[in-house]
Design a protein around this ligand. Structure first.
Ligand SMILES: Cc1cc2nc3c(=O)[nH]c(=O)nc-3n(C[C@H](O)[C@H](O)[C@H](O)COP(=O)(O)OP(=O)(O)OC[C@H]3O[C@@H](n4cnc5c(N)ncnc54)[C@H](O)[C@@H]3O)c2cc1C
Length: 474
């Protein structure tokens, strides 16, 4: 019998298992699917036979816990850091025949000055708009947390008199890809988190890291080997049916197969809308479980395109003012050696966050619109033949950070003494991200290690706030 049973092999369950194994606790990890990674995983494309990610996953420099998790498990070598970001100007702003590409990179200056030149290079905003934007960023960073939690960001932008162009071409572009929601469905607090942690606090916060291998290779491959070599029993295709409770404690888990497994402590690391299905009816009306179905969710769509030739040499692009939001050149995602053996030639992924409207439309129509946008941006694409395409919509991709939504998110310690909750939807201080999921896993593990008689701090500190930012914000 293991000390701890972790239910769910997404990043929250994986982070719990890693942290507990490092603390010398024995763990059994139960995952219902045949692979690990949860919402950050791959699937086999039946037409090409290749493993493709359900969606490109991006980590940022401010994701200190996700980075720590990758460092201790040896996954970090499978990530590449982008030195610059490429913003493609909206369709109406052109330089010559092609939409202008603005290169966004940091200067060797302390935050927040490190990105000043990058903002100034955004040619599709006027000088006046850039000044208004700078004023808006400062006001946002100074917002008091309590007020910020209950106000929506769309209203806040109107109060701050941010012009429509700045909203469409800057605030929306950043927030929709970070939070996958429209501006009226985002709290000021959540928006503040994205801009302060990502752009203002520390010069490394904005740095983008991309996996160079399919997510499945990271989690079902390398990480599984790490877990097994550290004594974690990983059981795939082991769906849990319910938790068996005795005197308000979890006594065992019952698997769909009928098997019953006991442990001292349990971590329930499944999506929030699944939690109540594991509990007896009597618990559904008790806090925090009675509030979980009020956490709303937002969809993300990924369009996967295979062409007969390269359409651009750029590794990625942020497409401003279009249906397509991010383009990832997956043929260039992998290293040189990997490219010859495994990389899929001329494979591109286009991401559409806050994809409610897209989810209502036909795949063919969305793919046609995305391809025509790519052809308008990159003339090379005009002569390229689309060999194969598909769209994947994750309907409950992330929870919506609506004003007040933080109050619906429970802490990891559940009302049952030996049950921890973990998942990006629990109280982490972060939106639904890999960082949020890993934080929740570390916090759950921290609680368990404490119960077992040791005080440890597993949560990693945030990047330090630069002296200049502290002075600038007073
Ligand atoms: C399309 C998409 C794009 C995203 N892009 C990004 C990004 O670029 N950057 C970023 O940081 N984040 C991104 N995210 C968010 C990120 O993927 C999630 O926040 C994170 O993966 C959530 O991890 P989790 O462990 O909390 O939940 P999940 O990944 O949902 O894990 C829950 C696990 O529980 C398992 N499970 C469920 N029921 C049972 C059962 N009965 N028995 C056993 N196991 C069970 C599930 O199979 C799953 O593996 C994206 C998410 C999506 C969907």
């Amino acid at each position: 019998m293991s000390d701890v049973i972790v239910i769910g092999g997404g990043l929250a369950g994986l982070a719990s298992s890693v942290a507990l194994a490092q603390a010398g606790v024995t763990v059994t990890l139960l995952e219902s699917r045949p692979r690990l990674g949860g919402r950050a995983s791959s699937l086999e494309d039946s037409a090409t036979g290749e493993l493709i990610d359900n969606c490109q996953h991006v980590a940022m420099g401010c994701c200190t816990n996700f980075r720590h998790f990758c460092r201790v498990t040896g996954l970090e070598a499978a990530f590449r850091q982008e030195r610059e970001l490429f913003f493609v100007a909206p369709p109406t702003v052109t330089t010559g025949d092609r939409p202008h590409v603005c290169r966004f990179s940091a200067m060797p200056l302390p935050a927040p000055l490190h990105l000043a030149a990058a903002f100034l290079r955004l040619s599709y905003l006027s000088w006046r708009e850039k000044l208004t934007l700078a004023r808006g960023l400062k006001a946002l960073a100074r917002e008091q947390p309590k007020a910020a939690r209950h106000k929506n960001f769309g209203d806040w932008l109107a109060e701050q008199r941010q012009p429509a162009n700045v909203i469409e071409r800057f605030w929306l572009v950043v927030l929709v890809s970070a939070l996958s929601e429209s501006l009226n469905r985002v709290s000021v607090d959540a928006a503040k988190k994205v801009f302060v942690d990502g752009f203002l606090a520390n010069r490394h916060g904005w740095e983008v890291r991309l996996p160079t291998v399919p997510l499945d290779e990271l989690y079902s491959g390398q990480l599984t080997r790490w877990l097994t070599s550290h004594g974690v029993e990983v059981r795939l295709k082991s769906g849990v049916e319910r938790l068996a409770l005795e005197n308000d404690r979890v006594a065992a888990v019952e698997l769909r197969s009928g098997e019953r497994l006991s442990a001292q402590q349990f971590v329930l690391a499944v999506p929030q809308h699944r939690v109540c299905s594991f509990l007896p009816d009597a618990w559904h009306d008790k806090p925090p479980f009675n509030r979980l179905d009020q956490l709303q969710t937002a969809p993300i769509a990924s369009v996967h395109l295979w062409f007969d030739r390269p359409i651009t040499e750029l590794p990625h692009a942020v497409l401003v003012g279009r249906l397509s939001q991010w383009m990832f050149n997956r043929s260039r995602a992998e290293g040189k050696e990997a490219r010859s053996e495994r990389a899929q030639p001329n494979y591109f992924q286009v991401i559409i966050s806050n994809a409610r409207e897209v989810a209502e439309r036909s795949q063919l129509e969305v793919i046609a619109e995305v391809v025509s946008e790519l052809k308008a941006v990159w003339p090379e694409a005009a002569s390229a033949v689309l060999l194969h395409s598909r769209m994947i919509v994750e309907h409950k991709a992330v929870f919506s950070p609506l004003p007040g939504s933080d109050e619906l998110r429970p802490v990891q310690q559940s009302p049952m003494a030996n049950l921890q909750l973990a998942g990006d939807w629990t109280q982490t201080g972060w939106p639904a991200t890999m960082e949020g999921a890993v934080r929740s896993g570390f916090l759950a593990a921290e609680n368990i290690v404490r119960v077992l008689g040791r005080e440890v701090s597993l949560l990693q500190p945030d990047l330090p706030v630069s002296w200049l930012t502290r002075w600038w914000l007073g």
